[in-house]
Ligand binder design. Structure first.
Ligand code: GLA
Length: 322
């Protein structure tokens, strides 16, 4: 019997910066997706999920994951297909998926499933693939399976994260720096509403960033001075979010290291309102949830987290008795 458990992630700060090679600071959660089962001799993957009505049966090798039914099987098929393209031999498998992560809540349940499938399929040869290559493979799988042009944040945080630390990721260099979250801080995650990035405006935001980059070059290198060259008001606001958010990730990480928690909380606030007003990936319910959390005097800052359009909020609190 083989069993692999992979965490979800929550993003502390740095949203909608990864797909332009910017900075992000997510951390792995202590909620996991687990696949348990046995390898088989027939070239098939049979998986049941405790959270889905229908099981998936996938014949190897997988050529087109985007047509697999039921839909949750596309993430599994996407990974198996990418492994096939790499020339990796994959055995058959029969098993079960369980998760303690809420699904479709913006905590990367799909990335956790992808990484878990890859680790099961690679088995003893897992060490042949670096954490970065594993994350890139699962990102390609997600693109092909779901059609959502996501960045690398979720997969790389999950592949390289350590419990109790956030991962400061430079999404251009694909470098990861682990930032220990001090014991006197508590990260709060609140689920507010279900969401899916498929059919959301996520892809529109990615397209806006491509437009901006045609005007001013790579957003990851842009500064406030470059914003003056963008006349379209919508693109101007989008660029202002990305440029300021990259800076906030740097500043937030420094503030955590320096234990300047008041400033860290303020950067989270600024991030929320930048996403709400300039990037328009929040909504009234999420804004109210953030404001509600802030009525607790021990909460230092709170913001919408992840892709947006619903999902979860994240807050930072000074731990009681510290
Ligand atoms: C989703 C995507 C990530 C990232 C966030 C927004 O979680 O999967 O790549 O773009 O949205 O920061």
């Amino acid at each position: 019997m083989i069993s692999v458990s992979v965490p979800g992630r929550v993003n502390l700060i740095g949203d909608h910066t990864d797909y332009t090679g910017g900075l992000v600071l997510p951390m792995p959660l202590d909620q996991y997706t687990t696949i348990t089962g046995t390898t088989t001799d027939e070239p098939m993957w049979h998986l049941r999920s405790a959270d889905e009505d229908l099981p998936v049966t996938i014949a190897l090798p997988v050529i087109d994951p985007s047509v697999v039914e039921p839909r949750w099987g596309r993430y599994v098929a996407g990974v198996l297909s990418e492994l096939h393209l790499l020339g990796q031999r994959v055995s058959g498998f029969r098993g079960t998926v369980t998760t303690t992560l809420p699904i479709g809540a913006g905590l990367s349940s799909s990335a956790a499933l992808e990484i878990a499938v890859a680790r099961i399929a690679l088995g003893d040869t897992s060490h042949n693939l670096s954490e970065t290559d594993l994350a890139l493979l699962c990102q390609r799988a997600e693109h092909r399976a779901s059609g959502v042009p996501c960045g690398i944040m979720d997969q790389l945080c999950i592949a390289s994260g350590k419990p109790g630390s956030a991962t400061l990721i430079d999404c251009h260099a694909l470098s990861v720096t682990h930032i220990v979250i001090p014991k006197d801080l508590e990260v709060i995650v609140q689920f507010i509403s279900q969401r899916t990035l498929l059919g959301s405006e996520y892809a529109d935001r990615v397209a806006d960033c491509h437009e901006i980059e045609k005007l001013i070059g790579p957003l990851r290198l842009a500064t406030e001075n470059d914003l003056g060259q963008i006349n379209n008001p919508r693109l101007h606001r989008r660029a202002r979010h990305v440029v300021s958010e990259n800076q906030r990730v740097r500043d937030f990480a420094q503030a955590i290291i320096a234990k300047d928690y008041g400033s860290a909380g303020e950067f989270m606030q600024q991030s929320h309102w930048s996403l709400a007003k300039d990037y328009e990936t929040s909504n009234e319910i999420m804004d109210q949830a953030v404001q509600q959390l802030l009525t607790d005097p021990t909460v230092l800052g709170a913001r919408i987290t992840g892709g947006g359009f619903g999902g979860c909020i994240v807050g930072l609190r000074r731990r009681k008795n510290s």
